[in-house]
Design a protein around this ligand. Structure first.
Ligand code: FAD
Ligand code: HEM
Length: 405
């Protein structure tokens, strides 16, 4: 329990730390990796290069500090982070290492302004916040391990099938090497992979959403190959999956995780909006929804640059053919003549609010996923239409960011 004096110091210093937030977390990561280079096997360096990870960590620490009196108020945010931590294999013994380096970074960035009193108060607050994370994660590890077909840590899976789905996306069908049962999952959840790439010093960990409905006896993920552009190198893991991973190869996978899941049962019309490879969790959701609630009013809108980039077409075409209650629309930015002949082709260009108003009702539950500019455009459109927040659900394919800046 934090003393009133320490709480007061925390509340008074949150705004100061917020101003220096990114400087502190940037320094924090330098200190962390200098003192514990083995943690580079867990963190994704690219997320730090882009600054997303620094911002996400800073925001989470300050949000927790602001709510230090009532951490239960931010439990959903803690859980969202903890799902990722559990999937990545973060353990209680990692927390003091992060705490120590975070405090060092605060001291170094604030200099004399960081008095002993302030540092003591933040050390105590970090302890309270860390305990909250550790206890949520403990429960998640227990659930992952004890559920039917579940496991802890990273379990070997064999690539049973590799199927090209578009010019840049391929699906990978995975079965456990031990031949035993696999855990069920909720549509929208992801698997996390620990990958050793020849020539790379550090192990890479990445999340990939499950792209098919549950209950098939295997897992399917669908991965976009992130090609290099000019000076920008190609994505490490996605290129490795596409160019080097073959049927029969083994991958190390942690149990399904994530809180981007559907409200059950759906009581309003449901609208799915996907951009590019952001379709993977939504395809799993739409298939499951129509299995569990046939006849429910569902609209699926997929946006892609053109037909060559449009994956999982067979899944959605078959679904539309067999479910009259599904309205399926395809929006291509630059369609070819052949693309325009697609049975479900609806619009050239982008999804915008004027068009959305013609095809769906605002009184729906909306689920969307795609590149960040796509997500921002969808969020702006839905908010501009007056859709309440509790009907808007989305997932970032990277560190949780903001849709409003
Ligand atoms: P990285 O090596 O991590 O690089 C990331 C990007 O940065 C690449 O586009 C790369 O070209 C670019 N880059 C590399 N070097 C530089 C540089 N110096 N400067 C600027 N840019 C650079 N992806 C899917 O394909 N399918 C999914 O279903 C899916 N589901 C996800 C679910 C969740 C919950 C999350 C968080 C992510 C998901 N992702 C999914 C994204 C996936 O986890 C990876 O982030 C993605 O595959 C890129 O990883 P990579 O190793 O190929 O690229
Ligand atoms: C991701 C917060 C402790 C390792 C994250 C994210 C946040 C966060 C906000 C981004 C989640 C997202 O992707 O949306 C915190 C807080 C902590 C804490 C507030 C302490 C109270 C730790 C510890 C470790 C750790 C102890 C292990 C050393 C990671 C890793 C990621 C992550 C590896 C994913 C980053 C990436 O590679 O993309 N954390 N974290 N975190 N965290 Fe933590």
């Amino acid at each position: 329990m934090l003393s009133q004096e320490k709480r007061d110091i925390i509340k008074a210093t949150v705004p100061v730390l917020e101003i220096h937030g990114t400087a502190i977390t940037t320094r924090f990561y330098q200190l962390l990796f200098d003192s514990h280079p083995e943690l580079l096997h867990i963190f994704n360096k690219m997320n730090q290069r882009k600054g997303d990870q620094q911002t996400a960590l800073a925001n989470a620490v300050y949000a927790a500090a602001v709510h230090i009196d009532h951490l239960e108020d931010i439990l959903p945010a803690v859980k969202q982070i903890s799902y990722k931590h559990r999937a990545l294999g973060i353990l209680p013994e990692h927390y003091p290492i992060v705490g120590e380096n975070l405090l060092k970074a605060i001291k170094q960035v604030l200099g004399d302004a960081a008095t002993d009193e302030i540092i003591d108060a933040w050390a105590a607050a970090y302890g309270v916040i860390a305990d909250a994370f550790i206890s949520v994660e403990h429960e998640m590890y227990r659930e992952a391990e004890t559920q039917k077909g579940g496991w802890s840590g990273f379990r070997p899976f064999v690539v049973q099938k590799k199927v090209p789905e578009s010019d840049v996306i391929s699906s990978f069908y995975l079965v456990p090497q031990d031949g035993k049962e696999i855990a069920d999952f909720l549509p929208g959840q992801y698997l996390t992979f620990k990958v050793d790439i020849p020539g790379e010093t550090y192990t890479q960990r990445r999340h990939y959403s499950l792209s098919d409905a549950p209950g098939k006896g295997h897992y399917r993920i669908s991965v976009k190959r992130e090609d290099g552009r000019g000076d920008i190198p190609a994505g490490l893991v996605s290129s490795y999956f596409h160019n080097h991973l073959n049927e029969g190869d083994v991958l190390y996978v942690s149990a399904p995780s994530g809180d981007f899941v559907m409200k059950k049962p759906a009581d309003k019309p449901v609208v799915f909006l996907s951009g590019g490879v952001g379709m993977t969790p939504l395809v799993s959701m739409v298939k499951t929804l129509l299995q569990e609630q046939p006849g429910h009013s569902v609209t699926y809108v997929h946006a892609a640059i053109h037909g060559g980039f449009h994956a999982l077409q067979e899944d959605l075409n078959t679904l539309a053919e067999t479910n009259p209650s599904l309205n399926y629309h395809v929006v291509y930015e630059k369609p070819t003549e052949q693309d325009k002949a697609h049975k479900h082709f609806s619009k050239e260009g982008f999804i915008d609010l004027d068009w959305l108003k013609q095809v769906v009702s605002a009184d729906s539950d909306f689920y969307f996923c795609g590149p960040t500019p796509f997500m921002k455009a969808m969020y702006r459109a839905l908010k501009g239409w007056g859709v309440p927040d509790d009907q808007i659900h989305y997932e970032f394919f990277g560190p949780q960011g903001s849709l409003t800046d």
